[in-house]
Each structure stands twice: as structure tokens, then as C-alpha cells.
Design a protein around this ligand. Sequence first.
Ligand code: GRF
Length: 208
Amino acid sequence: MNKNETINKLAVFASGRGSNLKSLIEAQKNEQFKAKIELVFSDNINAKALSIAKENNIFTESLDRKNFDNKEDFNKAILDILNRYKIEAIVLAGYMRILSPIIVNQYKYKILNIHPSLLPSFPGLDPQKKAIEYGVKVSGATVHFVDEGVDSGPIIIQMPVPVLDNDTENTLSKRILEQEHIIYPKAVDLFTSGKLTIKDRVVIINNI
Ligand code: GRF
């Protein structure tokens, strides 16, 4: 990733309800970042995220993993789509599959993800449930670059959220999600306007 390198064409990947996609679309409309959400991709043809994209006149593409013999072919087909739309960077917003190395390598430090915990605590599935069961007093949300591991790439922004005594997975998830909707557009802005550099695995926010 080069300092000052700006990114214009984004693809958002989403498998489900798409509330982060919705907040990113709003943020783009409010000019919180300059880059354009060119494409929404889903591995789930019934994802609500796809209808949100269509309502907002954003191109959509979806592929069903069941129609491919193996993971590599599926990911190659995704890469073909990304090349066809000349996508410069990917924003994962509730995309429930692990991207294969062919995509991660082509888009090195150009893929963002949001995760509902303070990483490196509780990577993977059900982080809010795990946070409650573990008994942590603070959890939160993390935006990070995607590497080949699970939720393990360099951290861009984190927002803490207290865990209350009477929290359920549902109530904690809701409060974390409110913060996700605030920090993800901010991270997309910092990233797409070329304000981030990475040293070792530490992300530095440069004031240009
Ligand atoms: C969010 O909690 C996000 O952090 C996680 O998946 C969920 C997606 O929610 N990666 P939504 O589809 O954006 O509403």
C-alpha cells in the first residue's frame, strides 16, 4: 500500500442483511468518503444486501458456491467479476466466507473487514456470544485489513463497547452494531483517501 494512493472503485461483499452496507451507502451519499461503491457481491442470492444495492442503483453480482466444484474455482470466478468491474478495493460487510489466497494476494492490503469484537479477542464466529460467556467487561468493534488468516490482519480502527451485567448476545450485538456503522465509513475514508500506511503490522494514520 502506497502512501497518498487514493482508491476510487469499491466492491462491498455481503452475505446477509446488509446493515453495514446500508450505512456505507449513506456515508457515500453524505460525502463522508469520496470513493464509489461500484459493486455489491454476494455468495447468497437471497441476501437482503443485494436488494439494498439494487434500490440504490449499485451493480450487483452473486455466485452460489454450490455451482462450483471447489473453492479455488469459486474464488477465481469472483476474481473475474472484480476484474471486469475494475474494482480497486474490497470492503467485507458480513461476508461469511474466507477469501482464498488468490484474492487476498491480488488485493494485498486492499481488503477491509469489520468484526464485532476487540480483536485479537474472539475472532471467527459468534464473537458477541463468546464475549458474554467469557465474562469480559468491554468488547467492541474492529476494522482491519484482511490477510490470509481469520480476522488476523492489521487493525485500522477499534471502538470499545461496555458489556453490561444483563446483556444478552442480542443486546450486546445491537450496541456494537451501532458503533460499527460509525467506524466503518471512517475507516473507508482513511483508507480510500490514502491516509494509511502499514509498518510491520501496525497501521499508521497519516495527517496529510
Ligand atoms: C456485523 O456484525 C459485522 O461486524 C460482521 O457481520 C455482521 C454483518 O451485519 N462481520 P450486517 O449484514 O452488516 O448487518
